[in-house]
Design a protein around this ligand. Structure first.
Ligand code: AMP
Length: 146
């Protein structure tokens, strides 16, 4: 089997994020792979910006909500020790944006959490489920216990 070369860690700030991230980092280390991290913003209105859906992380945003998101994301990435140029904060619908980004960036493994909060706790969560069915690469859905 060919080694993974570029992993994508999808985060939603749930309490399990650090545990999921540790698995992604360990895998990236084992495979000598690049590790990117992505958070999809779907909870604030999309301000009218010249730069489209990708939020620049190196310059403060003029929108207060967006600036809070930018700082929160960078703080978490710092804590997880993710390289600055591998951080992606993007507007969109998580289930679509994650798979689209993965295709564009030639990701070969997406790492997500798998909340067991739907379907009597037996099914994996909606974002993870959709990513599993629509991504063209491998998926690692890290089991999260309630
Ligand atoms: P859910 O299906 O919403 O229970 O979430 C399952 C997993 O999908 C999470 O643990 C994350 O890995 C990923 N995820 C959910 N929402 C987002 C988001 N807004 N941005 C990036 N990843 C997300």
């Amino acid at each position: 089997m060919q080694n993974y070369q570029h992993l994508l860690l999808a985060i939603d700030y749930s309490t399990e994020t650090c545990a999921i991230a540790e698995k992604a980092k360990a895998l990236a280390f084992c495979y000598h792979a690049k590790l990117s991290i992505i958070h999809i913003l779907d909870n604030i209105p999309m301000p009218d910006t010249p730069y489209g859906a990708v939020i620049p992380l190196s310059i403060p945003a003029d929108n207060v909500l967006l600036e809070e998101e930018r700082l929160k994301f960078n703080q978490l990435c710092d804590k997880l020790d993710i390289e600055f140029n591998q951080r992606w904060l993007i507007w969109g619908v998580p289930k679509q944006a994650i798979t689209e980004f993965a295709s564009q960036q030639q990701i070969d493994l997406i790492v997500t959490g798998s909340h067991a909060r739907h379907g009597l706790g037996l099914l994996i969560g909606s974002t993870a489920n959709s990513v599993l069915h629509h991504a063209v690469c491998d998926i690692l859905a890290v089991r999260i216990s309630d």
